[in-house]
Design a protein around this ligand. Structure first.
Ligand SMILES: C[S@@+](CC[C@H](N)C(=O)[O-])C[C@H]1O[C@@H](n2cnc3c(N)ncnc32)[C@H](O)[C@@H]1O
Length: 285
């Protein structure tokens, strides 16, 4: 049942958008001393080898993070430059791009002593890798289980400063309805918490309807509105099928994010263009 392995896709255009937004949101949280909790409901393995068999199969990172690495570094928007600094830091002393950090790694690189990571992963192999990488770190809990069912235990955080990342594979149809239900539950528990939801851009009814439904829920329940950032890179196959791009819905976003993404999104669309570069930036209110 759990066939999805994120290593096939690590570092692609969708990861770039997701992790750049996650980075900026956590950096914004770090402007205040009070500790935060990041709940990552679909954590994956934490980090991925780009030289391994899975990542090499389709080499999706070559159209994503590797393209950005190849650009003249002087002209990058600040958020892109900082995102790439984190990717380089994850690669340690290697000057080559060998590893790609997943969302738990971004969380770990950005957390301070007073912050907490709560990571959920259901795939036994991914969980094992994640647990051996981060399970013993202070402030980190790695859980093997259903991340959608974790909200009751994790929200609101004791400090009432928190970020929820919902990043399902959407390979099973129920992920769409469960994501909507999770946003509802999260906002009922914690109406001013920041929620990040990754959304695939696909020619499927479920995928085209979900952003509208999530935005309506956020409009009704979130204290500080929402922001929706979409990055399209390809037309897909001859029928328009395949992952055309992706978007991030940020509920209760940092107030600085919209202005910054207004520069970053067109830049990323052009840099990672695979024949159909486009972007969309919309927000409530
Ligand atoms: C898109 S990947 C996560 C990538 C990761 N968030 C990142 O950005 O590096 C989705 C992960 O969710 C896991 N998964 C699927 N359903 C789950 C569920 N209900 N609860 C927890 N993990 C789940 C899959 O095994 C997969 O590793």
């Amino acid at each position: 049942m759990l066939a999805y392995r994120h290593a096939f896709h690590a570092g692609n255009h969708a990861d770039v958008l997701k992790h750049l937004v996650l980075m900026r949101v956590l950096q914004h949280m770090n402007l205040k001393e009070k500790g935060w909790r990041l709940v990552d409901t679909h954590a994956g393995a934490g980090g991925y080898s780009l030289e391994g068999e899975y990542a090499q199969k389709k080499q999706e990172y070559l159209g994503g993070v590797a393209r950005l690495m190849d650009l003249p570094q002087g002209g990058l928007p600040p958020a892109v430059a900082e995102y790439l600094d984190f990717v380089r830091a994850f690669n340690g002393t290697s000057s080559r791009l060998k590893q790609y950090p997943g969302s738990p790694a971004f969380g770990q690189m950005l957390m301070r002593d007073q912050d907490q990571l709560r990571l959920y992963e259901m795939h036994p192999t991914e969980h094992k890798i994640l647990d051996s990488y981060l399970g013993q770190q202070p402030g980190v809990e790695v859980h093997m289980g259903d991340g959608f069912a974790a909200l009751k235990a994790q929200l609101p955080p004791p400090t009432r400063r928190g970020v929820l990342l919902i990043d399902p594979p959407y390979e099973i149809k129920t992920d769409y309805a469960r994501t909507l239900a999770a946003l509802r539950e999260a906002l009922e528990r914690f109406a001013d918490g920041t929620v990040l939801i990754w959304l695939p851009q696909l020619q499927l009814l479920d995928a085209t309807q979900l952003p509208q439904r999530l935005k309506a829920t956020a409009t009704a329940k979130a204290k500080k509105g929402w922001l929706h950032a979409r990055l399209t890179v390809t037309r897909g196959d001859e029928h328009g099928f395949g992952l055309l791009g992706s978007s991030m819905l940020v509920v209760n976003p940092p107030h600085t994010l919209r202005n910054e993404l207004a520069t970053v999104l067109p830049f990323l669309a052009q840099a990672m263009d695979d024949g159909a570069a486009a972007h969309l930036l919309e927000s409530s209110g």
